[in-house]
Design a protein around this ligand. Structure first.
Ligand SMILES: Cc1cc2nc3c(=O)[nH]c(=O)nc-3n(C[C@H](O)[C@H](O)[C@H](O)COP(=O)(O)OP(=O)(O)OC[C@H]3O[C@@H](n4cnc5c(N)ncnc54)[C@H](O)[C@@H]3O)c2cc1C
Ligand code: SF4
Length: 326
C-alpha cells in the first residue's frame, strides 16, 4: 500500500497548470486535496508518471459573492471552508447540509470542492488493494475484461459517490473548465456520464476551475439525507438532496437529486412538475420518494444490498421534502 513513484509538478498559476497538462497529456493525474486520489494510487488503481499538484494555484481558492449573480467557489476551496461560509449556510442550505456530511472534519480540511465534483466512481470490486484485485480477478474498470457485479455485460456500474454534486444539481450550478485551448462553462447537469468508467465530460488536459451557484437559487430551502455505514466518516451508499423555493406554504420551484445509486448523480425527472403550486404533505412527499426510488438503479457495488439502498432513497426523499416544507 505504498505510493508508486511519480514526478510531482507544482504550477503556481492556472496558465502554468494547463501548459503542464498539455505537455504531459495522458501521463498525468491532477491532485487537489488528494483524499481520494492518493488512497487509489496506493491501491495501484492509478500509477501515473506525473502528478500535477494544484495546491500552489492560489487563484483557484475562495468563495466570492458576486452582486446580483450568485456565488463563485474556486475548485481548490476546501469543503471545510464551504461548510463554514455564512453565505452558503444562509443562502444555499442544501449545499451546506451536504458538504458537512462528507467524510470527517480532517478529510474536509484537505478535500476540495473540485475533487468532490470530479470524484472517481466506487465499487466493492475496484476500491481494493492490487493483491485483493489480483486474487479475485480484475474487472472492466481496471485491467480486466468482465464485470463482477453484472457478469456478461460490458458496462461498469460503479457508483458516483460524492455528496456535494446532488446539492449542486438542485441549485442549478454551473462549472468552469479550463485547458490550453481556452475556457468553457457548462451546467453541472451536463458534466456527468452515466458510465462508471467514463464518468465525466472532462478531457485529460482540462481542469475544473470554478463552481457557480446562481443568484436565482439563493434562499431556496434545502435538505440532504445520506446513508452510510459509519456515521462519522463514510462515503454515501445512497444520498438525496431536495431544494424547494417556497411562496408562503406553496412550492414555487423545486429540484430533487440523488447520488451513490447510479454511475452518475441524477436530478429526478419531473419532480418539479409534481411539486410546483402545491403545499407539500406526507402524501405528496411519498410520491416524490417513489419517483426518486425509480431513478435509483443501485447494483451490488457496496456492502449494503441494492434493495435496501433503493428503499432508503425513497424514505430519505420523503423525509427531505417534508423537512423543506416545514
Ligand atoms: C475515509 C474516506 C471517507 C470519505 N468519505 C466521503 C464522503 O462521505 N463523501 C464524499 O463525497 N467523499 C468522501 N471521500 C472522498 C474525498 O475525501 C472527498 O470526495 C473530497 O472532496 C475529494 O477532494 P480532494 O480534493 O481530496 O480530491 P483528490 O483526491 O485530490 O481528487 C479526486 C479526483 O478529482 C480529480 N480532480 C481534483 N481536483 C480537480 C480539478 N480541479 N479539476 C479536474 N480534476 C480534479 C483528481 O484527478 C481525482 O481524480 C472520502 C475519502 C476517504 C479517504
Ligand atoms: S461495476 Fe463491474 S466493472 Fe465496474 S468497478 Fe465494479 S466490478 Fe468493475
Amino acid at each position: 500500500m505504498s505510493l508508486p513513484s511519480f514526478q510531482l509538478l507544482r504550477p503556481k498559476t492556472i496558465a502554468e497548470a494547463v501548459a503542464l497538462l498539455a505537455e504531459h497529456d495522458r501521463e498525468v493525474k491532477i491532485v487537489a486535496g488528494g483524499t481520494d486520489l492518493l488512497p487509489s494510487m496506493k491501491q495501484k488503481l492509478f500509477t501515473p508518471p506525473y502528478v500535477l499538484d494544484l495546491r500552489g494555484v492560489s487563484e483557484l481558492r475562495g468563495i466570492r459573492d458576486v452582486a446580483g449573480q450568485g456565488v463563485e467557489i474556486g475548485a481548490l476551496t476546501t469543503l471545510s471552508a464551504i461548510e463554514h461560509a455564512s453565505i452558503i449556510r444562509k443562502d444555499y442550505s442544501v449545499l451546506y447540509e451536504a458538504v458537512r456530511t462528507v467524510a470527517s472534519p480532517v478529510l474536509r480540511n484537505m478535500g476540495t470542492l473540485g475533487g468532490n465534483v470530479c470524484l472517481d466512481t466506487r465499487c466493492l470490486w475496484y476500491n481494493q488493494s492490487l493483491l485483493w484485485r489480483k486474487s479475485c480477478g480484475f474487472c472492466l474498470k481496471k485491467d480486466g475484461d468482465l464485470c463482477h457485479v453484472a457478469p456478461g455485460g460490458k458496462f461498469c456500474w460503479a457508483a458516483f459517490s460524492g455528496d456535494t454534486p446532488p446539492a449542486l444539481l438542485c441549485l442549478g450550478a454551473e462549472i468552469e473548465i479550463v485547458s490550453s485551448h481556452g475556457v468553457r462553462r457548462t451546467p453541472l447537469s451536463e458534466f456527468y456520464v452515466n458510465d462508471g468508467i467514463v464518468r465525466l465530460r472532462l478531457a485529460p488536459n482540462e481542469i475544473v476551475t470554478r463552481v457557480f451557484l446562481p443568484a436565482s437559487a439563493a434562499g431556496w430551502r434545502g435538505s440532504y439525507h445520506k446513508l452510510r455505514i459509519r456515521g462519522s466518516i463514510d462515503y454515501p451508499l445512497a444520498g438525496v438532496a431536495v431544494a424547494l423555493k417556497m411562496n408562503q406554504d406553496r412550492v414555487a420551484d423545486a429540484r430533487v437529486a440523488i447520488t451513490a445509486v447510479n454511475p452518475a448523480p441524477h436530478l429526478v425527472k419531473d419532480a418539479d412538475a409534481q411539486l410546483i403550486g402545491l403545499a407539500p404533505d406526507e402524501g405528496l412527499a411519498e410520491r416524490i420518494g417513489e419517483m426518486a426510488a425509480r431513478t435509483a438503479k443501485p447494483l451490488t457495488t457496496s456492502a449494503l444490498t441494492p434493495e435496501y439502498r433503493r428503499e432508503m432513497v425513497r424514505v430519505f426523499t420523503k423525509r427531505a421534502v417534508v423537512a423543506c416544507a416545514n
